[in-house]
Design a protein around this ligand. Structure first.
Ligand SMILES: [Zn+2]
Length: 251
């Protein structure tokens, strides 16, 4: 009986020994293809391939879409990241493909007598100049407004000037050419929450008396501002005299 037990144990050991190489074979199956793959920016690996989150691409998700940061933070700029190519999505979310989105190259614009007259009614304001990071804004007291078109009741549609600011070089182009400076007068119809931004291209020439009085007061860093109640002026497009652009650009 004891001999049989020994034999059984021996047989069992032998079986175990024979199984060991089989186990070793299992260890030699191909390594996890993701073991040596590092997916950046939150990408996940499957079968050795990185699957990247929105806004990233490349073998290891190492390439950021130039518009990703702009879309995420609703921020925009002028360089490669968040630059003009991204503005459609920044302003409107994905899928906004309107052909009037800034920046526009206005080609072959001609006067259109069918358009309503554009009138600006100026009212005196104090001076408050704010450096917004992207631009320098001249904030306005209420009182200056544009009239353009009519309301449903047949009354002139009024758009109040909230601020004007500058872009250098110009944001838009006329016939493929930038102006060195462009002023934007941002006017809002509070009832319809609609905006008209009146753009004025400014060309280099003699000193502009209106702008010259502010040059020494322009804030130089984001967040800085200059405010002077005694320095008053009345906004007018004639202070920014050069080339007014058509409100309905031809494309
Ligand atoms: Zn602007």
């Amino acid at each position: 009986m004891k001999k049989h037990r020994t034999l059984f144990i021996f047989t069992a050991l032998l079986s175990l020994a024979l199984l060991v190489p089989a186990c070793k074979d299992d260890d030699e199956t191909p390594a996890d293809p993701c073991a040596t793959v590092t997916c950046e920016n939150g990408g996940t690996c499957a079968d050795g391939t990185c699957f990247c989150p929105d806004g990233f691409s490349g073998p290891n998700c190492e390439v950021e879409d130039p518009c990703h940061e702009a879309n995420t933070n609703n921020e925009w700029g002028y360089d490669d990241f968040g630059g003009p190519a991204c503005w459609n999505d920044v302003c409107c979310g994905t899928g906004c493909t309107g052909d009037h989105q800034s920046p526009i190259n206005i080609v072959g614009a001609v006067p259109n007598s069918n358009l309503p007259e554009l009138l600006l009614f100026g009212s005196e304001t104090t001076t408050k100049i704010v450096h917004k990071g992207h631009t320098i804004e001249f904030e306005q007291l209420p009182g200056t407004y544009l009239e353009y078109g009519e309301t449903e009741n047949g009354l002139p549609a009024q758009f109040t000037l909230g601020q004007f600011h500058f872009h250098a070089k110009s944001e838009h182009q006329v016939d493929g050419t930038h102006a060195p400076l462009e002023a934007h007068m941002v006017c809002r119809n509070v009832w319809k929450n609609e905006y008209i931004v009146l753009g004025v291209m400014i060309e280099e020439g003699a000193s502009n008396p209106f702008l010259a009085q502010f040059v020494d007061h322009l804030p130089t860093a984001a967040g800085q501002e200059f405010e002077e109640e005694e320095l008053t002026y009345t906004p007018s497009i004639y202070y920014l005299p050069t080339k007014a652009i058509s409100p309905t650009p031809a494309r």
